[in-house]
Design a protein around this ligand. Structure first.
Ligand code: GCW
Length: 846
């Protein structure tokens, strides 16, 4: 293993040195799906295949393309598929269509290749193989090279290679929410690749590696700083640093963009105002744009978050988002830059007692009246749903509400509300659902479908620009920290290129390149990925309730009332009689009426509203019957038990891959999935016991509130441990747990129970709270003999014991007979008080 790592390291360092003069780094693009390009050679220690690669032109991206092909051919044994048995190795020619037409007038080049597109072709010429990678332009050449390598790495049959392709969307960007101090808002993979200590980092090798990864799936822009923008990034010194980032990404065709604070003319420019209509403000932005383009000639543009969550905005001066966007757009226009103005504008001080108040309405209410008022180089960037990246939401109605305005859809690769990369949640099926959603935006007489993917491609309303932007959240900890979470970054790139690809097809492609072409691995991992989002929805917040998490804090574990009684407007309005937010036109907030008529009617009427969004649109009694025939309350119980079982199933499926994937990766993923299965139980129990108490309606299947085999810590014989009330109560079994708080007289505490059931072998799960700021130690003893010890060393959110950090450790196959004692001994460490919720015995599987 170690040897393999070293080889990879040297190989890549050499390659990067060739590609852009960067030194080797510990974070490499070959740690992700590009590892296939190194894997074969490392394992077999010989060049796989040699096919001369020749670039016709001298363009930088064409050079990158040629280098990639040489590297890939030398490493991929499958590259030999390019040459058939009766032919001698020959050449791969790389160039723009124009260059190829000139050099090879007899090639059957397609008459037109769309911008950034390519043509791949294989033929025989005088007994030699000739492979052609023709790009419409420089980027097209590079994307063509990566596409050819992808076909090889996934073992596609290239006997009749003749493949033309181009991206569906012109803007395909990742947004990073990185701050100058190196922290990353909603990032779960360590520190920033771009910034440290207030400045751009000296070592930008990981940035170049990231750009290579992005280019390999066709991403053409990267906005490097938080939309809650630090104004100082626009000063002369920081701009020089940003120019270095742009230089590092340029060989891969990834253009740099940045987020700006619209009050910058005042905050750092010394003006007395930032009113976008003020001539001095306009002049300031124009001069700033000139300064940026002098340093970064291919600067992509600005992203803007204004009048949102405390960010300053044009409303300060009675101006509209169009006024602000157009002032910035005018500054960028002479240089070819664009403004991505975010539609995520809402009042977070809503009156929660007002039944008509509704955050979901905000984007449409604010932006629809401005349709047609935005400059041609402005794109309105709208989150996929009307709230905020919840586990499940309807599609934003604004996509249908802007017909004379360019649009982009914003999604999240970083799993803010979807398990923060500690849970496996493959999001492509959710994105696909949004992309395919037909908003029926045309009038009935035209009867033309307008799926979101066609609207954002500019197709539906004949717009010149459009795109897809993903908040990526990559950091220095293995890009996204979790190996399988990388499927989301990959899927975003592939869908932005071609929204017609299927989520399962993308999962297969990714698995083949990242893990193995072994059919068992491909089948199993694809299945796991496809199961993961429905499972997460089931154990967090089904029926359109959104993610029932702590919306004012971590956005991670369960906290059902955190959504209520505050101005943030993520309400689900659960009370003892019913649940759901009435957003109908007839009796509610009127949000349903923001959709075009067909869709408005679908959601407005209980009879037609789909079950999976019922509670987003309607407030109903718990006894309301779904289309499935179940009552709402029974569905809440059933879906949570089902979701937790599905989460456990992911681990069972992964276990079958032992010996088929890299052992270190196997173990890493195994441990993550075991954690996820335990945390899914925390979610299940929190939501089930909460709604059982609130509704008073029992589970017809007898599960809710009954936990056979569970022994509560608060009922144990305690030594040192003290009982406390967990907040929120639903995050602990029965609302209580025990803590070995500082000040307790002993160094360790213990909880002891006597087993009274039948003799047998059991799996014993200990449910404890793993707090940051210390590593508590736990030991499980049977009749005084230790059977397991473990450390509470995870880095989980929340400084208090709650559902964010409630964690399960399971010991398998322990023999017990009546009268045996079970004891958990917890030793606190600094801020971790070794808090314990319960132990649970289940008959051992074997
Ligand atoms: O979901 C919220 C996040 C904020 C984020 C905001 C946004 C950058 O919790 O952290 O701020 O969305 O999208 O602007």
């Amino acid at each position: 293993m170690l040897k393999k790592r070293i080889n990879l390291f040297i190989g890549l360092g050499f390659f990067l040195a060739l590609a852009g003069g960067f030194s080797a780094s510990s974070q490499t693009s070959d740690q992700a799906w590009l590892q296939a390009l190194s894997r074969d050679s490392v394992e077999q220690a010989r060049p796989a295949f040699s096919l001369q690669v020749r670039a016709l032109g001298t363009g930088a991206l064409e050079q990158s393309a040629a280098l990639e092909l040489r590297h890939g051919f030398a490493n991929l044994t499958s590259a030999s598929f390019l040459v058939d048995a009766h032919s001698n190795p020959g050449e791969t020619i790389v160039g723009t269509a124009k260059e190829l037409r000139k050099a090879y007038p007899n090639l059957p080049l397609p008459s037109a290749i769309e911008p950034e597109g390519f043509w791949l072709y294989r033929t025989r010429s005088q007994g030699h193989t000739l492979v052609v990678v023709a790009g419409a332009d420089q980027r097209g050449v590079l994307y063509g090279a990566f596409a050819l390598l992808r076909l090889l790495a996934t073992h596609q049959n290239l006997a009749h290679l003749n493949h033309i392709d181009h991206p569906a969307l012109p803007v395909r960007w990742v947004d990073e929410w990185d701050n100058p101090d190196g922290s990353i808002e909603r990032g779960y993979a360590g520190r920033s690749l771009f910034f440290e200590g207030g400045h751009v980092r000296a070592d930008l090798a990981p940035v170049a590696a990231y750009a290579r990864l992005l280019a390999s799936v066709g991403i053409n822009g990267c906005n490097v700083n938080n939309v809650n923008a630090a104004p100082e990034l626009l000063d002369a010194d920081h701009l020089k640093g940003l120019a270095r980032i742009a230089d590092a990404m340029r060989p891969w065709g990834v253009r740099l963009a940045m987020s700006v604070d619209v009050s910058s003319p005042q905050k750092i420019g010394g003006l007395s105002t930032f009113d976008p209509a003020d001539p001095a403000v306009k002049a300031w932005w124009a001069a700033k744009a000139n300064e940026i383009y002098a340093l970064i000639p291919d600067f992509a543009g600005f992203t803007v978050k204004a009048d949102s969550e405390g960010q300053p905005g044009p409303s300060r001066f009675g101006r509209t988002p169009a006024d602000a966007a157009n002032t910035l757009a005018a500054a960028l226009e002479p240089h070819g830059g664009v403004v991505l103005y975010r539609a995520f504008v809402y009042n977070h001080h809503l009156d929660w007692r007002d039944p008509k108040a509704d955050r979901a309405r905000a984007a449409y209410d604010i932006f629809h009246p401005l349709d047609g008022k935005f400059a041609p180089n402005v794109i309105i960037q709208t989150k996929e749903g009307p709230i905020d990246f919840q586990a499940q939401e309807p599609v934003s109605p604004l996509f249908a509400g802007l017909r004379h305005t360019n649009q982009a859809m914003e999604i999240e690769v970083t799993q803010e509300y979807t398990g923060q990369q500690r849970h496996l949640v493959y999001l492509a099926p959710m994105w696909k659902w949004v992309l395919d959603f037909d908003l029926r935006a045309e009038t009935k007489s035209e009867n033309r479908s307008t799926p979101v993917e066609e609207i954002i491609a500019g197709q539906s309303f004949h717009r010149p620009l459009g795109g897809m932007v993903a908040v990526a959240g990559v950091g220095r900890d293995g890009w996204l920290a979790s190996p399988l979470a990388m499927a989301n970054l990959y899927a975003f790139g592939r869908l932005a290129w071609n929204p017609n690809l299927t989520a399962a097809g993308i999962a297969q492609e990714w698995t083949r390149q990242t893990l193995s072409n072994d059919p068992v691995v491909v089948r199993t991992v694809t299945k796991m990925l496809m199961q993961s989002w429905p499972a997460y929805v089931n154990y967090t917040g089904p029926l359109g309730m959104q993610t029932l998490t702590d919306i004012t804090g971590s956005h991670y574990g369960p906290n059902i009332e955190a959504s209520e009684n505050n101005g943030w407007g993520q309400w689900h309005r659960a009370d003892h009689l019913g649940v759901g937010m009435d957003r109908t036109v007839a009796t509610g907030t009127g949000y349903a009426g923001q959709y075009p008529p067909e869709i408005a009617a679908l959601y407005e009427n209980l009879a037609t509203c789909p079950d999976n969004l019922l509670l987003f649109f309607h407030h109903v009694p718990y006894t309301y019957k779904l289309h499935s025939g179940q009552t709402v309350i029974q569905y809440i119980y059933d879906s949570h038990y089902q979701g937790a079982a599905e989460a456990a199933e992911l681990g069972t499926e992964w276990a079958t891959l032992k010996g088929r994937v890299d052992p270190a990766l196997f173990e890493d993923v195994r441990a993550r999935l075991a954690y996820q299965a335990g945390h899914a139980i925390v979610w299940r129990d929190a939501i089930v016991q909460y709604f059982l108490k609130l509704s008073g309606i029992p589970d017809t299947k007898g599960r809710a509130g009954r936990y056979p085999g569970r022994m509560e810590a608060e009922d144990a014989r305690l030594s040192g441990y003290k009982v406390f009330d967990v907040i929120p109560w639903e995050d602990a079994s029965g609302g209580k747990a025990v803590t070995c708080a500082p000040g307790s007289s002993e160094r360790s505490c213990s909880a002891m129970w006597t087993y009274t059931g039948k003799p047998g072998r059991f799996d014993i799960a200990a449910q404890y709270f793993d707090l940051q700021g210390g590593v508590a130690q736990f030991t499980l003893m049977v009749n005084g003999q230790p059977v397991a010890s473990w450390a509470g060393d995870a880095q989980l959110p929340s400084p208090r014991p709650d559902g964010d950090n409630s964690t399960r450790h399971t010991v398998h196959g322990i023999a017990l007979k009546p009268g045996d004692t079970l004891r958990v001994q917890g030793t606190p460490d600094k801020d971790d008080p070794a808090a314990l919720d319960y132990i649970e015995l289940t008959p051992a599987a074997n």
